[in-house]
Design a protein around this ligand. Structure first.
Ligand code: SF4
Ligand code: SF4
Length: 253
């Protein structure tokens, strides 16, 4: 029987026959191309292992494809192509080329974690989305996302100073993402802060912006964190079979 819910199939996966009769039966209409005999030969048998090696992807093997994550997903409500259950299926099967068809939307996960709450198998689908987006960047399939840029600037400040300073993070992110620092929403936010926040808090923020204080005796903690990060980077490099030209923080040299 030809399909009726045509909008659920990608246009490139539709075969339309205006006048098709087989064995005397009129089967004209729209058909999904999945019924065509085909051989898939470009599996990446290590795809699940690669995603599982990245932070957030560790529990992908638990998925039993119930679809609760996609049903609960905030972004799927707006864009039906955003489908965590399906991507997890593709990763577990090693269908890398099929996964890459959605490479430009996977990063759009807003980390609301509704999927994580709904998942009966503790897969942490939000983490899998993060790991997949990171995998796409490390493999050079996508440019570094604004989210990764922000994470890097945030982490770098914690590593170096043992604390964060909102103004520096904001200016660093705007600079890296090529955005002007003066924006309408920012002016409104600052007006709100001046109106609603205690003077002492504003003073502390201004002080930190000017003098960039560090946490006391941060040196040892910093060395330990850097050692840990270097270990993890090396483990990721090995798991993803990346050569030395790839900066593990998402930038290809
Ligand atoms: S965390 Fe991401 S994948 Fe999960 S429900 Fe929210 S937007 Fe969807
Ligand atoms: S809710 Fe959990 S078990 Fe169900 S499809 Fe999503 S990730 Fe898999």
């Amino acid at each position: 029987m030809a399909i009726h819910e045509k909008h659920l199939i990608r246009p490139e996966n539709l075969a339309t026959h205006d006048n098709l009769v087989i064995d005397g039966v009129d089967v004209s209409g729209d058909w999904s191309t999945f019924i065509r005999t085909r051989a898939v030969s470009d599996y990446n048998e290590d795809l699940q292992v690669e995603i599982a090696a990245l932070p957030g992807g560790e529990y992908i093997h638990r998925c039993w494809q119930c679809g609760s994550c996609t049903n609960a997903c905030t972004v799927n409500e707006l864009n039906p192509d955003f489908n965590p259950r399906y991507w997890i299926y593709l990763i577990r099967m090693g269908y890398e080329s099929e996964l890459l068809r959605d490479k430009d939307i996977i990063w759009q996960c807003v980390s609301c974690n509704k999927c994580t709450s709904a998942c009966p198998r503790d897969v942490v689908p939000e983490g899998v989305m993060k790991a997949t987006a990171h995998w796409l960047e490390l493999k050079g399939h996508t440019a570094t996302s604004p989210s990764t840029d922000f994470d890097e600037i945030f982490a770098s400040q914690v590593f170096h100073k043992g604390k964060i300073e909102d103004g520096s993070i904001l200016t660093g992110f705007m600079k890296r993402s090529g955005q002007p620092l003066i924006q309408d929403w920012l002016i409104e936010m600052i007006k709100g802060m001046l109106r609603d926040l205690p003077i002492r808090f504003l003073f502390n923020m201004g002080w930190a912006t000017l003098f960039h204080p560090k946490t006391k005796n941060w040196g040892k903690a910093r060395a330990a964190i850097e050692e840990y990060v270097a270990e993890r980077d090396e483990a990721h490099r090995i798991a993803l079979k990346l050569d030395k030209s790839v900066d593990l923080h998402g930038h290809h040299n």
